[in-house]
Write a protein of this length. Sequence first.
Length: 433
Amino acid sequence: MRLKNNNKRHVMHNSMISLLAFSIGSAFIVPSVFAADGGFIEDATATLQARNYYFSRDFSDIVGPNQQSKAEEWAQGFILKVNSGFTQGAVGFGVDAIGMLGFKLDSGGGRVNTGLLPTGSDGNAQDDYSRLGAALKVRLSQTELRIGELTPNLPVLAFSDIRLLPPTYQGLSVVSNDIAGLTLQAGQLRSGSLLNEAGDGEMFAKIGYTPLRGAGLSSDRFNYAGADYAFDDKRTSVGVWYAQLEDIYNQRFYSFKHSKPMGGWMIGANIGFFDSQEDGDRLLGNIDNQAAFSQISARHGGHTFMVGYQAMFGDDAFPRVFNNIAPLGNEVPTYEFAEKDERSWQARYDYDFAALGVPGLVATVRYMTSDNVDTGKAFEGKAHERDLDLGYTVQSGLFKNVGIRLRNVAARSNYRSDIDENRLILSYTHTLF
């Protein structure tokens, strides 16, 4: 189920305010009206998150027809989630609803396309946009069916909540945990709502860092099925997945994860392999990509060290649904490190300051470098990126659960535009019930 506006880019300001107010009001009223319904209400939850997001990218050595040298916007978002429990009985029924609202705080004609706000036909960022959707859920034993508005997080379609509002999809999903240790999933998505759009539409592909959008290049079916099996006291898991963006590409994914305590350390391994090819009517032509990645990590106290390696094989870069990040080992929201023939390495260090008596404060620094990119221009492509993240969530007092996150990125390449990026995100999640 989905309520949407006719204009896929935005709706009027007053309509959005009314929509959010109605949703919040319902969140407080519904429990008192239906309190006798047992698990449907007793297990219901509702949260409202306020998210203030500043995003800036400076481009240099610009490659391609878009010569915009800076993307910079500031926006305020609200995300309301109201999830019921299940009705009593052998088959339980419930409803999950999500409402999202975004406001422009600052933008400009030459600074658009940050992914925070929709851009109108006049080339300017819209003042506001919103989405409201719901999903029917049905549970039988340990199997759950959902129909409607979905936020899947899959090895073949990662949940990419990396801007002001998260993307959503419209379709059907099934998750089963009836066999101990085994999780089975399958589904079909018929449309998607992008990070910065009010409406929904057919799904496009992105190959490497190039989005391929245009008339006749989209699909209204993303089909997937997968199985993950955990054993050895859940320290080891293996996975097998299949995905199909109909008439564009299909993809297989195989994974292995393992963790093992050694003295005071926890050692982990994460290995994955994707195999992708063209599908059906081949709307984007032939596609041939194999992607392999491996990560080794070691955690002790507040310290976590990780090194990773990733390699692309085949005639093309890595395909995925636009505009999502992919669960590759070395992909980050700035550079993908997934171009044709690209080989990349990563070194990462995380520290949790709770080990020093400062819970809620975390820091990450990572460095990625790559070479061997087939640029098609008679020279080898190379790239490197340094990311620094610092986050803090207030643990108690008047501002409990208020979070702040800072990100600074420097990304350089000899075949695509250089990027200097800064993000500042303030967030607060209030539990309504």
